[in-house]
Design a protein around this ligand. Structure first.
Ligand code: ZN
Length: 86
């Protein structure tokens, strides 16, 4: 699940990069007709931030006991609940 979030973030970042590039080229070309690109970019922005948030949430969840560690936020290598390595 963590890898899925990472891939979603990477893919949406690439799509956003490409659409922003297209918009940039259109602006340089004095063509301000880029509403379609903006409508494509908005859901990918949501996916990007959603997957980053999901990635962080999964990152602080212990894979052994499933408890969420919200005090250490991934700073510790060991779970404070079961003591196993994260
Ligand atoms: Zn644990």
């Amino acid at each position: 699940m963590k890898k899925v979030c990472l891939w979603l973030a990477i893919i949406s970042a690439i799509v956003l990069f490409v659409t922003m590039g297209i918009v940039g080229v259109k602006i340089l070309d004095n063509n301000y007709d880029f509403m379609v690109e903006l409508y494509i970019a908005i859901p990918f922005y949501i996916i990007l931030f959603g997957s980053i948030a999901g990635y962080k949430l999964i990152g602080i969840r212990c894979p052994h006991c499933g408890k969420i560690d919200d005090t250490l936020l991934g700073k510790s290598k060991f779970c404070p609940h079961c003591g196993k390595e994260l």
